[in-house]
Design a protein around this ligand. Sequence first.
Ligand SMILES: [Zn+2]
Length: 170
Amino acid sequence: MAGEAFIVVDMLKGFLVEGYPLYCGDEARKIIPRVVSLLSDSKDRKIIYVCDNHSEDDLEFEMFPRHCVKGTEEAEIIDELRQFPGEIVPKTRFSAFYNSRLGQVLEEVAPEKVIVVGVCTDICVNYTVADLRNRDYSVEVPARCVASFDEEAHRHALKHMEKVLGARIT
Ligand SMILES: [Zn+2]
């Protein structure tokens, strides 16, 4: 049983390296050094990377431009996090639990607390936190380690995760 599990949401080149269609912006890149220092500081923990990994014809592309297709550079974890080995869980929807191995991985780890970082606060972070809470995990979201391309939606989502979903915002 691990003390803490970190879920790192979509910290992929497609979202955090400028030039890709769903680049979250320079504000979002500011979380990178903070996530690096958070992971460097914590000892007894398991890191789980939940990563967008779409097929060529994913229906999500009716809503968003084509992004993070399986096997492309966009779908790779950013270089800054390579120093932290972890379990990679591919996903295709906003909740990292949908059609993925995440539920099983967490059951094996059985963490006392799950800390969620990454992008976007109001989309994949929010829906993943909702499904963590549905499964009764104790969840913490460090506000300075999550971001969105939409600042207002980011703030709203933090409030929602705290007040409605019962996550601890730190
Ligand atoms: Zn996607």
